[in-house]
Design a protein around this ligand. Structure first.
Ligand code: ASP
Length: 447
């Protein structure tokens, strides 16, 4: 068995679903289990509708809902199914408009419709185009806790349900499931967090002991750098799990980091593939280390980052200082990406600006704080970094006159991260790409 996950853009229209059908047909001998995202931008649109409804714009919300229904109808032709789901959605939206309040539980109720529908639509399409397909409602087999919108799967129960339900069906049929959606033990709908369909694929793969998990998307795989900055970035053919996870945290949007966990545990390779160019071999992510002649595998970066410089007002790091700092971020549910410390100060980066004012106000109760806006994180990643002397020298040499404002070498020693001003981001990535990828190891990169 293999798991094949298709992201939103891979199922965004009838035409895209046709491509998916051909791809799945060409792999029937491997007994695929198909996991799909919501069609195109459906999840975003559902969340907007929910916001409109509670924000006093009920009619606008309902208009948007009609347009989303028309889209699903046009691309699927499944009048009854689509109507049934949108009637239920309309009831929900009207309820929200009355309540004027959006709870995480109702966000999940609404956002689940994207995958509930797309999985039925893809199943139906398969059935009408020569694939013996069967739909399984993910909410019946993926069990989570109650943390709505970010629910954590209960692995033991989930795996038990998956093993009981899926392999018997997959013997004769292509199982189709929605990603992202799940339910609590009591059957209340939950979701696994934005981008969570990869996580579903990984859970299903680990649960049934699949030989491979394929993540079909709209790029050729992981690249040596963001193609928006390096148009001729090279495809990375093979990379280790820990490298891929490191890259995912720092901006490479190809993979949801949590995807990696169940797959690592099950020692199942994950392939990133392009549904528009299925002939490209993609990127293989595996648990074994992949050493290459190139020291690094890729350069990840993330713009629009804020740097907070926090200085103890007591002129030395009183004990408990760090704890107090991180408690502030915890209370404000803001995650910190990179941290650097000196004797009297701590610099850290965040990429969620929503709570920054509250955070700064709380920090100022015991520290001096300054905020640098429009900064960028660059992170080079490769297991060889820890085995190779002189990487830092090469980095700083390549960066030449560019001012580096913060440096952090991960404890794992497989990444080296630093912060530059937003305006220096492109030049810095170009310089590093030239330095580390001038000469490519053909076993690891596609030249
Ligand atoms: N549809 C969900 C989202 O947009 C989950 C996914 O596509 O992975 O976040």
């Amino acid at each position: 068995m293999i798991v094949m996950k298709f992201g939103g853009s891979s199922v965004e229209s009838a035409e895209a679903i046709q491509r998916v059908t051909e791809i799945v047909k060409s792999r029937l001998d491997r007994r695929p289990i198909v996991v799909v995202s919501a069609m195109g931008k459906t999840t975003n649109r559902l969340l907007t509708i929910a916001d409109l409804a509670v924000g006093g714009q009920r009619d606008e919300a309902l208009r948007e809902l009609v347009s989303l229904r028309d889209f699903h109808l046009r691309e699927s032709g499944m009048e009854r199914t689509v109507d049934e789901h949108f009637q239920e959605l309309a009831e929900l939206v009207k309820g929200l408009a009355v309540l004027g309040e959006l709870t995480p539980r109702s966000i999940d109720a609404i956002s689940s419709f994207g995958e509930r529908l797309s999985s039925l639509i893809v199943t139906n399409y398969f059935q009408h185009h020569g694939i013996n397909a069967v739909h399984v409602d993910s909410r019946k087999v993926i069990v989570t806790d109650h943390r709505h919108t970010q629910a954590i799967p209960l692995l033991e129960q989930t795996y038990a349900k998956l093993v009981a339900a899926i392999p018997p069906l997959a013997k004769q049929q292509v199982v189709v499931m929605g990603g992202f959606i799940a339910s609590t033990e009591n059957g209340v709908t939950t979701t696994l967090g934005r981008g969570g369909s990869d996580f579903t694929a990984s859970l299903v793969g680990a649960g049934v002991g699949a030989e491979e998990i394929q993540i079909w998307t709209d790029v050729d795989g992981m690249l040596t750098a963001d193609p928006a900055i390096i148009p001729n970035a090279h495809r990375v053919k093979v990379i280790s799990f820990i490298e891929a996870a490191e890259l995912a945290y720092f901006g490479a949007k190809v993979l949801h980091p949590a995807t990696v966990m169940p797959a690592i545990d099950g020692n199942i390779p994950v392939l990133i593939l392009n549904s528009r160019r299925p002939q490209v071999e993609g990127t293989r992510i595996q648990s074994a280390t992949v050493l290459s002649k190139n020291v690094i595998k890729s350069i990840a970066c993330k713009g629009q980052v804020l740097v907070l410089n926090i200085r103890s007002t007591r002129m030395f790091m009183a004990h408990g200082f760090m704890r107090r700092i991180f408690e502030v971020f915890d209370r404000n549910q803001t995650s910190v990406d990179m941290v650097a410390t000196s004797e009297v100060s701590v610099s850290l980066t965040i990429d969620q600006p929503e709570r920054v004012e509250a955070i700064v106000a709380e920090l100022r109760e015991f520290a001096e704080v300054s905020v640098d806006e429009n900064q960028a994180i660059i992170c080079i990643v490769g297991e060889n970094i820890r085995h190779t002397p002189g990487v830092g020298a090469r980095v700083f040499n390549a960066l030449g006159g560019i001012n580096v404002r913060m440096v952090s070498q991960g404890a794992s020693a497989l990444n080296l991260g630093f912060v530059v001003a937003g305006g220096d981001l492109n030049a810095a990535v170009q310089a590093l790409h030239g330095e580390f990828f001038a000469d490519l190891d053909p076993a690891v990169f596609d030249a």
